[in-house]
Design a protein around this ligand. Structure first.
Ligand code: DGL
Length: 260
Protein backbone atom coordinates (compact mmCIF):
# COMPACT_ATOMS: atom_id res chain seq x y z
CA UNK A 1 0.00 0.00 0.00
CA UNK A 2 1.29 3.44 -0.93
CA UNK A 3 0.09 6.41 1.11
CA UNK A 4 0.03 9.78 -0.64
CA UNK A 5 -0.90 12.99 1.11
CA UNK A 6 -1.28 16.71 0.68
CA UNK A 7 -3.08 19.60 2.33
CA UNK A 8 -5.88 18.97 -0.16
CA UNK A 9 -6.21 18.38 -3.90
CA UNK A 10 -2.75 19.36 -5.18
CA UNK A 11 -1.19 15.97 -4.47
CA UNK A 12 -3.67 14.40 -6.88
CA UNK A 13 -1.33 15.62 -9.65
CA UNK A 14 1.38 13.45 -8.09
CA UNK A 15 -1.02 10.54 -7.52
CA UNK A 16 -1.91 10.69 -11.21
CA UNK A 17 1.76 10.28 -12.17
CA UNK A 18 2.25 7.53 -9.55
CA UNK A 19 -0.70 5.49 -10.80
CA UNK A 20 0.61 5.76 -14.37
CA UNK A 21 4.03 4.49 -13.21
CA UNK A 22 2.83 1.87 -10.69
CA UNK A 23 -0.64 0.89 -11.92
CA UNK A 24 -0.91 -2.30 -9.85
CA UNK A 25 -0.14 -0.78 -6.46
CA UNK A 26 -2.96 0.05 -4.04
CA UNK A 27 -3.13 3.64 -2.82
CA UNK A 28 -4.52 5.68 0.03
CA UNK A 29 -4.84 9.36 -0.90
CA UNK A 30 -5.15 11.54 2.21
CA UNK A 31 -6.33 15.15 1.76
CA UNK A 32 -5.96 17.26 4.91
CA UNK A 33 -8.63 19.61 3.59
CA UNK A 34 -9.82 20.80 7.00
CA UNK A 35 -6.36 22.32 7.49
CA UNK A 36 -5.77 23.58 3.95
CA UNK A 37 -3.94 25.67 2.87
CA UNK A 38 -0.65 24.74 4.55
CA UNK A 39 1.16 27.57 2.75
CA UNK A 40 0.04 30.26 5.18
CA UNK A 41 0.63 28.14 8.35
CA UNK A 42 3.65 27.99 10.67
CA UNK A 43 6.34 25.36 10.28
CA UNK A 44 5.43 23.91 13.71
CA UNK A 45 1.78 23.49 12.69
CA UNK A 46 2.69 21.84 9.36
CA UNK A 47 5.14 19.53 11.11
CA UNK A 48 2.43 18.45 13.57
CA UNK A 49 0.07 17.62 10.71
CA UNK A 50 2.72 15.72 8.73
CA UNK A 51 3.63 13.55 11.73
CA UNK A 52 -0.02 12.85 12.61
CA UNK A 53 -0.87 11.89 9.02
CA UNK A 54 2.35 9.85 8.71
CA UNK A 55 1.43 7.92 11.87
CA UNK A 56 -2.06 7.28 10.50
CA UNK A 57 -0.77 6.01 7.14
CA UNK A 58 1.82 3.83 8.90
CA UNK A 59 -1.01 2.38 11.00
CA UNK A 60 -2.91 1.57 7.80
CA UNK A 61 0.05 -0.54 6.68
CA UNK A 62 1.63 1.73 4.07
CA UNK A 63 5.10 0.55 3.06
CA UNK A 64 5.73 3.83 1.25
CA UNK A 65 4.55 7.37 1.98
CA UNK A 66 4.69 10.05 -0.68
CA UNK A 67 4.53 13.56 0.76
CA UNK A 68 2.83 15.06 -2.31
CA UNK A 69 3.23 18.60 -1.07
CA UNK A 70 6.25 20.89 -1.35
CA UNK A 71 5.20 22.87 1.72
CA UNK A 72 4.95 19.74 3.90
CA UNK A 73 8.19 18.35 2.47
CA UNK A 74 10.24 21.44 3.19
CA UNK A 75 8.77 21.77 6.69
CA UNK A 76 8.79 18.19 7.92
CA UNK A 77 10.21 15.42 5.74
CA UNK A 78 13.24 15.05 7.98
CA UNK A 79 11.07 14.65 11.08
CA UNK A 80 8.86 12.11 9.26
CA UNK A 81 11.89 10.03 8.18
CA UNK A 82 13.22 10.05 11.74
CA UNK A 83 9.83 8.95 13.10
CA UNK A 84 9.34 6.14 10.52
CA UNK A 85 12.76 4.79 9.56
CA UNK A 86 11.25 1.54 8.20
CA UNK A 87 8.95 3.22 5.68
CA UNK A 88 10.18 4.46 2.30
CA UNK A 89 9.40 8.18 2.32
CA UNK A 90 9.38 10.20 -0.88
CA UNK A 91 9.05 13.98 -0.77
CA UNK A 92 8.28 16.60 -3.38
CA UNK A 93 10.69 19.49 -3.66
CA UNK A 94 10.66 22.32 -6.20
CA UNK A 95 12.51 21.28 -9.38
CA UNK A 96 15.34 23.78 -8.92
CA UNK A 97 17.97 21.30 -10.09
CA UNK A 98 16.41 20.33 -13.46
CA UNK A 99 15.48 23.97 -14.10
CA UNK A 100 19.00 25.22 -13.36
CA UNK A 101 20.59 22.46 -15.45
CA UNK A 102 18.41 23.13 -18.49
CA UNK A 103 18.18 26.95 -18.39
CA UNK A 104 19.88 28.56 -21.35
CA UNK A 105 19.47 32.16 -20.11
CA UNK A 106 20.78 31.17 -16.64
CA UNK A 107 17.66 32.78 -15.14
CA UNK A 108 14.97 30.68 -13.50
CA UNK A 109 11.98 31.34 -11.24
CA UNK A 110 10.07 29.25 -8.73
CA UNK A 111 6.37 29.73 -7.94
CA UNK A 112 5.55 28.49 -4.44
CA UNK A 113 3.41 28.94 -1.35
CA UNK A 114 4.44 31.57 1.18
CA UNK A 115 5.80 28.89 3.57
CA UNK A 116 7.92 27.22 0.87
CA UNK A 117 9.09 30.58 -0.51
CA UNK A 118 10.59 31.61 2.83
CA UNK A 119 11.85 28.17 3.90
CA UNK A 120 15.47 27.36 4.69
CA UNK A 121 15.12 24.16 2.67
CA UNK A 122 14.37 26.06 -0.54
CA UNK A 123 17.34 28.34 0.18
CA UNK A 124 19.54 25.23 0.62
CA UNK A 125 18.21 23.70 -2.61
CA UNK A 126 19.18 26.87 -4.45
CA UNK A 127 22.63 26.92 -2.87
CA UNK A 128 23.15 23.25 -3.72
CA UNK A 129 21.89 23.25 -7.30
CA UNK A 130 21.58 26.74 -8.69
CA UNK A 131 24.57 28.75 -7.59
CA UNK A 132 25.52 29.77 -11.11
CA UNK A 133 21.96 30.73 -11.98
CA UNK A 134 19.78 33.65 -10.90
CA UNK A 135 16.64 32.44 -9.09
CA UNK A 136 13.49 34.53 -8.55
CA UNK A 137 11.32 33.16 -5.75
CA UNK A 138 7.68 34.15 -6.25
CA UNK A 139 5.13 33.45 -3.50
CA UNK A 140 1.62 33.02 -4.88
CA UNK A 141 -0.82 33.41 -1.97
CA UNK A 142 -4.37 32.30 -2.73
CA UNK A 143 -3.58 30.10 -5.74
CA UNK A 144 -3.81 26.80 -3.86
CA UNK A 145 -7.12 27.85 -2.31
CA UNK A 146 -8.63 28.52 -5.75
CA UNK A 147 -7.56 25.03 -6.84
CA UNK A 148 -9.18 23.65 -3.66
CA UNK A 149 -12.39 25.33 -4.79
CA UNK A 150 -11.87 23.89 -8.30
CA UNK A 151 -11.99 27.44 -9.68
CA UNK A 152 -9.49 26.69 -12.39
CA UNK A 153 -10.59 29.44 -14.75
CA UNK A 154 -10.92 32.28 -12.28
CA UNK A 155 -10.44 35.66 -14.04
CA UNK A 156 -8.66 37.32 -11.13
CA UNK A 157 -6.26 34.41 -10.94
CA UNK A 158 -5.48 34.67 -14.66
CA UNK A 159 -4.79 38.40 -14.17
CA UNK A 160 -2.65 37.77 -11.09
CA UNK A 161 -0.71 35.06 -12.94
CA UNK A 162 0.02 37.41 -15.85
CA UNK A 163 1.15 40.16 -13.44
CA UNK A 164 3.56 37.80 -11.70
CA UNK A 165 4.90 36.06 -14.81
CA UNK A 166 5.36 38.93 -17.29
CA UNK A 167 8.16 40.74 -15.37
CA UNK A 168 9.98 37.40 -15.01
CA UNK A 169 9.75 36.73 -18.72
CA UNK A 170 10.83 40.28 -19.54
CA UNK A 171 13.93 39.81 -17.37
CA UNK A 172 14.86 36.70 -19.40
CA UNK A 173 13.68 33.86 -17.14
CA UNK A 174 13.36 30.73 -19.31
CA UNK A 175 12.42 28.06 -16.72
CA UNK A 176 9.49 28.47 -14.31
CA UNK A 177 9.31 25.84 -11.58
CA UNK A 178 5.90 24.82 -10.25
CA UNK A 179 6.92 24.69 -6.59
CA UNK A 180 3.49 23.66 -5.30
CA UNK A 181 1.62 20.55 -6.39
CA UNK A 182 -1.65 22.50 -6.67
CA UNK A 183 -0.15 24.64 -9.44
CA UNK A 184 0.01 21.68 -11.86
CA UNK A 185 -3.74 22.20 -12.21
CA UNK A 186 -3.15 25.81 -13.28
CA UNK A 187 -0.72 25.05 -16.11
CA UNK A 188 -3.47 25.79 -18.67
CA UNK A 189 -3.68 29.37 -17.29
CA UNK A 190 0.08 29.91 -17.06
CA UNK A 191 1.05 28.42 -20.42
CA UNK A 192 -0.70 31.05 -22.62
CA UNK A 193 1.08 33.84 -20.71
CA UNK A 194 4.44 32.13 -21.10
CA UNK A 195 4.05 31.02 -24.71
CA UNK A 196 7.39 29.82 -26.03
CA UNK A 197 9.45 32.20 -23.88
CA UNK A 198 9.88 29.76 -20.99
CA UNK A 199 9.20 26.17 -19.97
CA UNK A 200 7.20 25.10 -16.94
CA UNK A 201 9.06 22.61 -14.74
CA UNK A 202 6.80 20.09 -12.97
CA UNK A 203 8.42 17.28 -10.96
CA UNK A 204 5.41 14.90 -10.71
CA UNK A 205 6.84 12.38 -13.18
CA UNK A 206 10.29 12.50 -11.57
CA UNK A 207 8.64 11.75 -8.21
CA UNK A 208 6.86 8.79 -9.76
CA UNK A 209 10.17 7.47 -11.13
CA UNK A 210 11.70 7.79 -7.65
CA UNK A 211 8.74 5.85 -6.22
CA UNK A 212 9.26 3.09 -8.81
CA UNK A 213 12.90 2.79 -7.73
CA UNK A 214 11.95 2.43 -4.06
CA UNK A 215 8.81 0.33 -4.39
CA UNK A 216 9.38 -3.37 -3.85
CA UNK A 217 5.85 -4.67 -4.24
CA UNK A 218 4.53 -3.67 -7.65
CA UNK A 219 2.12 -6.26 -8.97
CA UNK A 220 0.74 -7.33 -5.61
CA UNK A 221 -2.16 -4.92 -5.34
CA UNK A 222 -5.26 -4.41 -7.40
CA UNK A 223 -4.64 -0.81 -8.43
CA UNK A 224 -7.35 0.62 -6.18
CA UNK A 225 -7.52 4.05 -4.56
CA UNK A 226 -8.97 4.78 -1.16
CA UNK A 227 -9.71 8.48 -0.69
CA UNK A 228 -9.59 9.97 2.81
CA UNK A 229 -10.17 13.55 3.88
CA UNK A 230 -10.39 15.52 7.11
CA UNK A 231 -13.28 17.51 5.59
CA UNK A 232 -16.16 16.71 3.21
CA UNK A 233 -15.75 13.35 1.39
CA UNK A 234 -18.17 14.19 -1.41
CA UNK A 235 -16.17 17.30 -2.31
CA UNK A 236 -13.02 15.20 -2.65
CA UNK A 237 -14.79 12.59 -4.78
CA UNK A 238 -16.31 15.28 -7.05
CA UNK A 239 -12.96 17.03 -7.45
CA UNK A 240 -11.48 14.15 -9.45
CA UNK A 241 -13.67 14.80 -12.46
CA UNK A 242 -13.60 18.61 -12.00
CA UNK A 243 -9.79 18.39 -12.23
CA UNK A 244 -9.99 16.10 -15.27
CA UNK A 245 -8.64 13.04 -13.42
CA UNK A 246 -11.07 10.55 -14.97
CA UNK A 247 -8.69 7.58 -14.87
CA UNK A 248 -8.15 8.04 -11.16
CA UNK A 249 -11.91 8.31 -10.64
CA UNK A 250 -12.46 4.83 -12.10
CA UNK A 251 -10.07 3.32 -9.52
CA UNK A 252 -11.65 4.83 -6.39
CA UNK A 253 -13.24 2.19 -4.17
CA UNK A 254 -14.12 4.30 -1.13
CA UNK A 255 -14.23 7.91 0.06
CA UNK A 256 -14.32 8.62 3.79
CA UNK A 257 -13.85 11.34 6.34
CA UNK A 258 -11.32 10.64 9.08
CA UNK A 259 -10.46 12.54 12.24
CA UNK A 260 -6.66 12.66 12.40
N1 DGL B 1 0.17 21.48 -2.42
C1 DGL B 1 1.01 22.11 -1.50
C2 DGL B 1 2.42 22.31 -1.99
O1 DGL B 1 2.87 21.57 -2.84
C3 DGL B 1 0.53 23.15 -0.56
C4 DGL B 1 -0.59 24.04 -0.87
C5 DGL B 1 -1.10 24.67 0.41
O2 DGL B 1 -1.75 23.96 1.16
O3 DGL B 1 -0.79 25.85 0.65
O4 DGL B 1 3.12 23.16 -1.52
Amino acid sequence: MIGVFDSGLGGLSVLNALVAALPNADYIYFADTANSPYGSKTEAFIQGRVLAIGDYLAGEGCSMIVVACNTATVAAIQALRTRHPDIAIVGVEPGIKPAALSSVSRKIAVLATEATAKSDRLAHLITAHAQAVSVDIVACPGWATLVEQCQLNDNNLAKDAAERLLPLLESGVDRIVLGCTHYSFLAHLLQPVIGTRATLVDVSEAIARQAVRLHQQNGRGGGSIQLLTTDQPQRLADALSLLGLHTLATRVHSVDRVAV
